[in-house]
Design a protein around this ligand. Structure first.
Ligand code: ADP
Ligand code: ADP
Ligand code: MG
Length: 500
């Protein structure tokens, strides 16, 4: 049965709220934004057809407050809610509440979220379907002695992970048995504090893998399609900063294998909507299931760029009960796409969040460049929420074109008033290991230090300065032909400065 959606409330903020509003308007659907006190002047509020203030400034008082959001939905008469990512997007209780209130939740069923939202129940489920897991246990453990025995059996290094973890938080690497006790205790208390559950499990820590994930979509009629893979191996703190599609090194056979595995995972929980199945791959491209994210992913634009498909539109159509309009046979890879995440963070200081005001904010333009953002010049990045400012995405006919275009776009991007990850992203894009495509999640640890970044940026500045001087000198010599005397002295002053 096809249900009609005429008005969507977006239960989110920032760039993802803007992103959803745009697709809804493209489809002729009305939109309602909600906003906390600190977000009253944000682009997502100004862009939506209607906006409802829900007060508060922390996440808990605003974008995580289910009662307030349902009330805003009723007041505005929206018939559907899009949760974006983060906040309530992977909250099974919220999806169930929407259903019981007669509101369409643009996402999978509460049951699918429940299974996949928890890493342990996800592992148990996909194991039944023959999907390979990272070696480890698929049950929670709290007994220290038992845990040590398990870690020894798995063999060190191991990772202690929070079952409810997300956003790269709630995982600890343990190199050997000497620190196991304290790491385990710390992991459990961190999990409890961040996610409200102290359930942890143990996995083999795979050294230097690639993070490869598959974008899938599924409708309410049992049809699935895999929209190729993304390589998200450039990470800091186990969280992605640069992503690309497709993976530069994947063969057609391996692509088919990982896509089949991803669809198996989706089937295992009767998935509907857009979702991402994450794997880590060793150097032989053996894939191990990590988790499934039951929502739109931060890096979804690279998939949109190489498929020509609007994933938000697909989500909305699926939520209305329509059948998928695509299948694996109808899809082809169109060129290559790269995304860099621009965080308000200081790469020279352990990527710590940097608060402040965007005194200059000028976005790049031109062929093959897309900016998904939720801020404008003069705005302050609120400390209450995620420090991501924007996502910069480029598309090219091949990987090299997308990469060069990204470097050009980063050069055009002007941000001041706040430290950002832009310089780090340029450093990475120009690194021979990234250029080769043969990079892993250990890239930052292996190649990046604040000193290297400084050196790289200095070199860049020197090159830019010499180009400026050469251009100047060229201009002078051309002028000299007309006015040799007056300009001669100026150009030698520049030359002298160069010699110093
Ligand atoms: P993605 O998984 O889409 O690649 P991230 O891991 O950066 O991207 O997560 C997307 C957003 O959702 C971030 O704002 C992150 O902080 C948040 N997030 C993801 N999972 C959780 C979770 N379990 N608890 C809290 N926040 C989460
Ligand atoms: P989150 O829910 O925070 O996204 P994931 O399980 O998806 O957690 O892991 C995030 C990242 O942490 C992965 O992309 C990978 O880089 C690293 N990671 C997770 N598990 C392992 C593992 N067993 N071995 C090596 N790296 C891992
Ligand atoms: Mg993950």
């Amino acid at each position: 049965m096809v249900k009609i959606i005429t008005k969507i409330l977006i239960a989110n903020r920032g760039e993802i709220a803007v992103r959803v509003i745009r697709s809804a308007h493209d489809m002729g659907i009305n939109t309602v934004s909600i906003y906390s006190d600190v977000d009253a002047q944000s682009p997502h509020v100004l862009l939506a057809r209607e906006a409802v203030g829900i007060g508060g400034s922390t996440s808990a008082e605003s974008y995580l407050d289910i009662d307030k959001i349902i009330k805003a939905c009723k007041i505005s008469g929206a018939d559907a809610i899009h949760p974006g990512y983060g906040f309530l997007s992977e909250n099974a209780g919220f999806a169930a509440r929407c259903e019981s209130e007669g509101i369409i939740f643009i996402g999978p069923s509460a049951q699918s979220i429940q299974i996949m939202g928890d890493k342990l129940s996800a592992k148990k489920k996909v194991k039944e379907f023959g999907v390979p897991l990272v070696p480890g246990i698929d049950f929670a453990i709290s007994d220290l002695q038992k845990a040590i025995k398990i870690a020894e059996k798995i063999t060190y290094p191991v990772m202690i992970k929070a079952s409810a973890g997300g956003g790269g938080k709630g995982m600890r690497i343990v190199e050997d048995s000497s620190h196991f006790d304290e790491e385990m205790k710390r992991a459990m208390s961190e999990a409890k504090n961040s996610f409200g559950s102290d359930l942890v499990f143990i996995e083999k820590f795979i050294e230097a893998p690639k993070h490869i994930e598959v974008q899938i979509v599924g409708d309410h009629h049992g049809n699935y399609a895999a929209l190729f893979e993304r390589d998200c191996s450039i990470q800091r703190r186990n969280q992605k900063v640069i992503e690309e599609a497709p993976c530069a090194l994947l063969t057609a056979e391996k692509r088919e294998e990982i896509q089949d595995l991803a669809i198996k995972v989706a089937r295992s929980c009767d998935y509907s909507g857009a979702g991402t199945v994450e794997f880590i791959a060793d150097d032989q491209f053996n894939f191990y299931f990590l988790e499934m994210n039951t929502r739109l992913q931060v890096e979804h634009p690279v998939t949109e760029e190489i498929t020509g498909i609007d994933l938000v539109k697909e989500q909305i159509n699926i939520a209305m009960g329509e059948k998928l309009s695509i299948n694996n046979e109808s899809l082809t890879i169109l060129g290559h796409s790269i995304e860099v995440r621009i965080y308000a963070e200081d790469p020279a200081n352990h990527f710590l969040p940097d608060a402040g005001t965007l005194t200059t904010y000028k976005v790049p333009k031109g062929p093959g460049v897309r900016v998904d953002d939720g801020f404008e010049q003069g705005m302050t990045i609120p400390i209450q929420y995620d420090p991501m400012i924007a996502k910069l995405i480029t598309h090219g006919s091949d990987r090299e074109e997308a990469r060069r275009r990204m470097i050009r776009a980063i050069d055009e991007y002007k941000i001041s008033g706040i430290e950002t990850t832009l310089g780090f992203c340029k450093f990475t894009l120009q690194h021979p290991e990234f250029v080769s495509g043969n990079y892993t999640t250990s890239f930052v640890k292996k190649h990046f230090s604040p000193e290297q970044l400084k050196e790289h940026l200095n070199k860049e500045e020197q090159i830019a300065a010499s180009i400026a001087v050469l251009t100047f000198l060229k201009g002078q010599s051309e002028k000299q032909e007309i006015k040799p005397k007056s300009d001669h002295h100026k150009s030698s002053a520049w030359r002298n400065r160069l010699r110093k």
